[in-house]
Design a binder for this molecule. Structure first.
Ligand code: XMP
Length: 555
């Protein structure tokens, strides 16, 4: 392949598409205004509250509800009525959970669930609660019903099964059974093992022994949708543009005439946060973008192009690469790297913020799962593997109020909102990139030379994965510069160069990940390009470890 040396001495392949394509899309998209200039008020939010009884996948219920365009919030089972009332719920879902209703410390549904007169859907343990608290009976079964089961509807019409076949596959995971219906309830469906697998009172209180939120329940989403639309009477106005409109209105109200700062990283969360705040309060927002010298090739240019040139945002760009590199000299331990980068970031950010003068708010892209996780202290008991959220966090000394427009949103919702407010697709669909950047993809000490090698390598991987149309399907795909060197031969000469590892994984949420079965042809192209185009590298290996037991990043 033809090579050309760029001005900075970097090697670039002449057919790389990344930057030019990106900038074209950025120009075209960022100028578009999908939302009208005079923003219409968003319709009132419809909320269905999920009461959390501790099952592992309860967040999934909220997520599925939102996929039906109804807002859903997960609240602890002991949440006070004032908190729940503020959400103006249209209905409740009682989640599953590990307890048994007869245990002494079993969590109960709060009285307001029944007193409100609103529709209630009890799932698994939630159904046991309905039976137990409304006067029926629950007993422990001889054996646990776990896995697929065939659900048969009784010949009773119920809105929950509207438009669904008489029998369907569902996912079960329970040990307790309803042995006696509460007064006024009828059994709506059964399985071989559960004579009462669904029940209802005809007045909006419904119990399901199976899990409609998991993909294994074939009509699960329709069942949830039926509850939301047919039972709770929702219309489904939780759409990306309404979310954006509502958010912009809230930010305006919160910020008033105040001044806001926001740290841009190039990632989707900070990009959407900044854009929402900018749409809400325009020049009252100043963004700070710190180049820590650990970014991917062309990243600073892209960020400046989208936000400064196209959106006309107030943007302070600070190139602090040398300073970060200096601080990283001799640092080998991954956690220390994270700390050094995190602390330095806060220092630089504060220095720049001071120059702006009076600031009242800090906008940051905290997501809903982070908010939920921080409400559950018991989850903190797990062993610390890595410090993930160390960069871009709130400088603790700063006494600023927070503007967090994404704190109600899941990642995929953030992406949808990003598109609705006109951010370029390339930015919205960017794969996650860690705060400490390339520092944790260089095993051992970070040096300028190694960074140049890794940037050139990473560039090739990203471009080839994009050309193969796999970029979006992979959770992450990147290169790692190992500390190993190996012998090779180039022309008639012996080489002694670095071993580069390619990492590509599929994942839902980064908690677990599988190594991606990339086509051999793609691997061959990537490998050929790297050893031919990047001086100092003579061997490429492919990482075939999954998480667990490995992690996604090497450090
Ligand atoms: P691991 O390597 O723990 O990574 O499987 C899970 C996800 O987190 C990202 N990651 C980080 N993100 N700062 C970040 O902002 C960090 O220090 C950090 N370490 C890992 C990683 O890229 C993956 O998406």
């Amino acid at each position: 392949m033809e090579e050309e040396k760029s001005k900075s001495g970097r090697i670039a392949a002449s057919d790389d598409v990344e930057v030019s394509a990106y900038l074209e899309i950025a120009k075209a998209k960022a100028g578009e205004k999908p939302l009208p200039e005079e923003l219409a008020p968003a319709p009132e939010r419809e909320t269905v509250v999920v009461i959390d009884f501790g099952a592992q996948y309860n967040l999934l219920i909220a997520r599925r509800v939102r996929e039906c365009h109804v807002y859903s919030d997960l609240v602890p089972h002991d949440a006070p009525w004032e908190r729940v009332a503020a959400l103006k719920p249209k209905g409740f879902i009682l989640s599953g959970g590990p307890s048994s209703v007869y245990e002494e410390v079993a969590p109960m549904a709060p009285p307001y669930v029944y007193e409100s007169g609103l529709p209630v859907l009890g799932i698994c343990y939630g159904m046991d609660l309905l039976a137990h608290q409304l006067g029926g009976k629950v007993a422990s079964g001889k054996r646990r019903e776990y896995g697929h089961a065939v659900l048969h509807q009784n010949s009773i019409e119920s809105p929950i099964f509207k438009d669904l076949p008489p029998s369907m596959t569902v996912w079960m995971s329970h040990g307790d059974y309803i042995t006696e219906l509460p007064p006024g309830f009828r059994a709506l469906a059964y399985t071989d093992n559960s004579p009462i697998a669904a029940m209802g009172n005809g007045k909006g209180v419904i119990g399901l022994m199976f899990h409609p939120e998991v993909a294994h329940t074939t009509h699960g989403k329709t069942i949830l949708k039926n509850f939301l639309y047919e039972v709770c009477g929702c219309k489904g106005n939780w759409t990306p543009s309404n979310v954006a409109l509502e958010n912009i209105a809230r930010i305006r109200e919160q910020v008033g005439k105040g001044r806001v700062i926001c740290a841009l990283s190039g990632g989707v969360d900070s990009a959407v946060t900044a854009t929402l705040v900018h749409k809400a309060v325009g020049d009252q927002l100043t963004c700070i973008f710190v180049n820590n010298g650990l970014l991917r090739r062309e990243e600073p240019e892209r960020v400046l192009n989208v936000f400064q040139r196209n959106m006309n945002m107030n943007l302070i760009y600070r190139d602090a690469s040398e300073r970060f590199l200096h601080k990283l000299e001799g640092v080998v331990d991954p956690e220390l790297k994270r700390r050094v980068v995190g602390e330095e970031f806060i220092k630089v950010f504060e220095e720049e913020a001071k120059k702006i003068g009076q600031v009242d708010f800090l906008a940051q892209g905290t997501l809903y799962p982070d908010v939920i996780e921080s409400q559950a202290p018991e989850s903190k008991a797990s062993a610390k593997i890595k410090t993930h959220h160390n960069v871009g966090g709130l400088p603790q000394k700063m006494t600023l109020s927070l503007v967090e427009p994404l704190r109600y949103l899941f990642k995929d919702e953030v992406r949808d909102v990003g598109l609705a407010i006109g951010l370029p697709e390339e930015m919205v669909w960017r794969q996650p990139f860690p705060g400490p950047g390339l520092a944790i993809r260089i095993v051992g000490e970070v040096t300028k030379e190694k960074l140049e090698i890794l940037r050139a390598t990473d560039w090739i991987v990203m471009n080839e994965v994009k050309k193969a149309n796999l970029y979006r399907r992979l959770w992450q795909s990147f290169a790692v510069l190992t500390s190993s060197k190996s012998v090779g031969v180039m022309g008639d000469y012996r080489t002694y160069g670095y071993v580069v590892a390619i990492r590509a994984v599929t994942s839902e949420d980064a908690m677990t990940a599988d190594w991606a079965r990339l086509p051999y042809e793609l691997l061959a192209t990537i490998s050929n390009r790297i050893v031919n185009e990047v001086p100092g590298v003579n061997r490429v290996v492919y990482d075939i470890s999954s998480k667990p037991p490995s992690t996604i990043e090497w450090e």
